[in-house]
Ligand binder design. Structure first.
Ligand SMILES: [Zn+2]
Ligand SMILES: [Zn+2]
Ligand SMILES: [Zn+2]
Length: 275
């Protein structure tokens, strides 16, 4: 298998969207903030009118606001000062609250390709690029036919901004940053997507035949646990795998949560299958 094919299997990389191209490096603040009620109080008891009026009067007009499943409010702001004010919020219309940056939406991952970094360690790269918002660097490795894992010229960079920069400077080199789209996460225990074996509470399902037994040693006829097709659950032609890969694309491109991305993608999938 040629190296470029290996990369394609490892990563699905797309060009940054217009939203990402507008990013400036001065954009280092928390855009997505979660407001949670404290001391047994419940934000869902406040009407949308009360919340809207309170935030407009005390913070300003916000870009977006929605309620999360647990009753918390997820707020998006593109204003540095609104972000600071929101993070200092301890009371929302009489309800004691705590405001925290969203756990994942305030960072982004990008891919760069640069052969001149082969003698630099991941730590060195992350540290040298820190002033451009880089907080982590990971080199993609591929296993050769001899079984030895080798470094490649492809790096995944984590940025401390919600949106991805279009380019970065690696010393004197001007390098394009592309969006990183991870492969879908499939549970090795139950074969379903969206969680790992470590947190799985489902019964073991065989990746080969879809029956309820561990995969090891199974010689049954192949039947996918997710789509009932004549292939194992890990097959890359599985329609479920293809759908989940598109879910990852929606998530990466729009910066939405996994649950939202899946809902959007499934809607698209169902509507296109009806045509
Ligand atoms: Zn599972
Ligand atoms: Zn089996
Ligand atoms: Zn399948």
């Amino acid at each position: 298998m040629c190296r470029s094919t290996i990369y394609q299997n490892l990563l699905l990389v797309v060009r940054p969207t217009c939203e990402f191209q507008r990013v400036a490096q001065s954009d280092h603040f928390q855009k997505f903030i979660v407001i949670q009620a404290q001391d047994g109080h419940d934000l869902s008891k406040l009407s949308p009118f009360v919340i809207d009026k309170f935030l407009k009067a005390n913070i300003g007009t916000l870009d977006d606001l929605k309620r999360l499943r647990g009753g918390q409010l997820l707020i998006k702001t593109s204003s540095h000062s609104y972000s600071s004010k929101l993070l200092g919020l301890t009371d929302l219309a009489g309800v004691p609250v705590k405001a925290t940056p969203h756990r994942t939406l305030n960072s982004s991952k990008g891919v760069i390709r640069c052969s001149e970094l082969k003698h630099a360690s991941e730590d060195e790269i992350a540290s040298e690029l820190a002033h451009q918002g880089v907080v982590d660097c990971f080199n993609i490795k591929v296993k050769g036919q001899d079984g030895v894992r080798r470094n490649t010229n492809t790096y995944i960079l984590t940025f401390n901004t919600a949106a991805l920069p279009k380019h970065i400077k690696i010393g004197y080199i001007h390098t394009k940053v592309e969006m990183y789209i991870p492969n879908p996460l499939r549970c090795f225990q139950c074969q379903k997507y969206g969680h790992s074996k470590n947190v799985c509470r489902n019964t073991a399902v065989c990746a080969r035949c879809g029956e309820q037994h561990p995969t090891e040693g199974c010689t049954n006829r192949e039947k996918c646990a997710n789509c009932s097709g004549a292939h194992p659950a890990y097959h890359k032609d599985c329609p479920k795998w293809i759908l989940e890969k598109e879910v990852q694309q929606v998530k990466a491109k729009n910066g939405v949560s996994f649950v939202e991305a899946r809902r959007k993608e499934i809607t698209v999938w169902y509507s296109s299958s009806l045509c």
